[in-house]
Ligand binder design. Sequence first.
Ligand code: FES
Length: 182
Amino acid sequence: MESATITQNARTAAPGAASGLAADARLKHLAATMKRHQYQPDALIEVLHTAQELFGYLDPELLVFVANGLKLPPSRVYGVATFYHFFSLKPKGKHSCVVCMGTACYVKGAATLVKKVEDYAGIRAGETRADGSMSLIQARCIGACGIAPAVVLDGVVVGHQTSESVVNHVKGWLDNGSDRTA
Ligand code: FES
């Protein structure tokens, strides 16, 4: 199993900086998005959309990463992220399972994987269990196509997943924290 963890340094590094970015392909993807917009501050909402699609939600370090990239005060980025209801600043559930539904992952069974997790957790993609134990999120290509199908489990990218491997992981969360039936 291959994995990559988001590090604090990676998130606060300026786009294009060598350190840290290699740690997570999603950050490279986000940096490329900002570059494509020539780091224009008025691309903020579109960049935040991309960030949320890649990560499932916008945590504070990610907002700082975007602020650095677009040369905006973090307070402005935070203000925009909190103003629009379609941005989430944290996963609603204690645990988060983000399944990539990009083309490479889709052709390798991502839809089946989502369905199995939905059935096991008793929620649909985009929902959080009533007991708050986990959220299931779908994302666009997270930049890890080489290890498709890719899933992000509590912020850690894991590749070559099967329905069984992800459901087992989810089972571990639910068995350790709460009743399986929401
Ligand atoms: S399509 Fe899933 S990582 Fe690219």
